[in-house]
Design a protein around this ligand. Structure first.
Ligand SMILES: N[C@@H](CCC(=O)N[C@@H](CSC=O)C(=O)NCC(=O)O)C(=O)O
Length: 284
C-alpha cells in the first residue's frame, strides 16, 4: 500500500511531506513526516536519518520543534519522523495514560494480550516503514540509514541499532531511557506489552543489557540535560549506560548539558550535533 501525501511544506530549501499509509504490521493507518533535503532526487538519492519521538508525541513534534532540518538540508540528509504507536485500535485502556498505549509504543512488538499482534512498533519501524518508504520514494537511499531519537525514542534508537547490526550506519540519542528494565516508565511499558513473567524479553529491549553482549565497535552520542526532571527522577539512567559501556569497552559519549531540561528547547539546541554525527557515517 502506498502513501497519501496530505501536505507539502517548504522547509530550508527542501520539503516536508506529511504522509499517511495503511500499515500491515500495525492494524491501522499510520501518519508520519518525511523531510526531503533540496539535493534529493531519483538520480541522487539522499541518505536517511530516522528520528524516533518520545511519550505523547506523533511524527509532528520532531518535525515542527526538533530543528533537525536546518543541518539535514545543509548535509543533504532526509529525515523520517514516524508516529510513536498505533492509534485508535479500540483496546480497553489504550488512551488512559500518557506513558502506555497510544503515544507510548516503546518500539517493541507486544507479546501480551490485548496488545499482542497490534502494538508492533518494532516491526513497523525496522521493517515495514523503511521497505515501504524506500520502494515508494526514489529520492531516498535505503542503503544509507542512521537513527536517533528522544527519551522513549532514544531508547528506540539505541535498541533498534543494537538489535540489528548493520541496519543503521550510526546512532545517537537525546535523553534516552537507557535502562528501561530499571525505571518506572520501562517497567510499566514492558509489564504491559510483555507481561511480568518474561524478564528475558524485557532484557532484549534494554540498551544496557544489549550493550553488554554487543559484538563490534560502536560510536554512540548521547546528550542529557542536567535540569531534566525525568533524569532527576531516575527514568533515564545515563550513568548506568556509561558504566556498562566502560565495562564492555564500547564507545558511548554521554554529554551532560548544563541546565537543559527534557523539552524540545533542549533537542533543538543540540539537533545540529546529532545530524553531524549521523553525517559522519552516512556521507563517508
Ligand atoms: N505529559 C507528560 C510528559 C510527557 C513528555 O514530557 N513527553 C516528552 C517525551 S518523554 C519521554 O519519552 C515529549 O517529547 N513531549 C512532547 C513535547 O512536545 O514536548 C507529563 O505531563 O508529565
Amino acid at each position: 500500500m502506498s502513501f497519501e501525501t496530505t501536505a507539502t511544506i517548504a522547509s530550508f530549501g527542501g520539503k516536508l511531506l506529511k504522509l499517511a499509509h495503511q500499515a500491515k504490521t500495525v492494524p491501522c493507518q499510520m501518519k508520519l513526516n518525511l523531510y526531503l533535503p533540496p539535493t534529493a532526487s531519483a538520480s541522487s538519492p539522499a541518505p536517511v536519518l530516522f528520528y524516533l519521538a518520545g511519550l505523547t508525541c506523533t511524527g509532528d513534534n520532531g518535525a515542527e520543534k526538533g530543528f533537525l532540518q536546518h543541518k539535514a538540508a545543509e548535509k543533504g540528509i532526509a529525515v523520517v519522523y514516524p508516529d510513536t504507536s498505533p492509534r485508535g485500535l479500540g483496546i480497553d485502556g489504550e488512551d488512559e495514560s500518557y506513558d502506555f498505549g497510544s503515544g507510548a509504543g516503546f518500539y517493541v512488538d507486544a507479546t501480551k494480550e490485548p496488545y499482542k499482534g497490534k502494538y508492533n512498533m518494532y516491526s513497523y519501524i525496522t521493517r515495514e516503514l523503511p521497505e515501504t518508504l524506500f520502494s515508494h520514494f526514489k529520492e531516498l537511499d535505503g542503503s544509507r540509514v542512521s537513527i536517533t531519537g528522544h527519551s522513549m525514542g532514544g531508547h528506540g534508537a539505541l535498541t533498534l541499532f543494537l538489535k540489528n547490526p548493520g541496519m543503521y550506519k550510526s546512532v545517537s540519542a537525546f535523553a534516552p531511557i537507557s535502562n528501561p528494565t530499571n525505571c518506572q516508565w520501562g517497567q510499566k511499558a514492558f509489564g504491559g506489552y510483555f507481561g511480568d513473567g518474561d524478564k528475558g524479553k524485557w532484557s532484549e529491549h534494554d540498551t544496557c543489557e544489549l550493550l553488554k553482549g554487543f559484538k563490534g565497535d560502536v560510536d554512540v552520542l548521547v546528550d542529557v540535560g542536567t535540569g531534566d526532571n525525568f533524569y532527576k527522577q531516575g527514568q533515564l539512567r545515563p550513568e548506568e549506560l556509561e558504566k556498562v559501556a566502560k565495562e564492555a569497552g564500547k564507545s558511548v559519549k554521554v554529554r551532560y548539558q548544563d541546565g537543559y531540561d527534557h523539552s524540545y528547547f533542549f533537542i533543538s539546541t543540540f539537533a545540529g550535533d546529532h545530524v553531524e554525527h549521523a553525517a559522519k557515517y552516512l556521507l563517508k
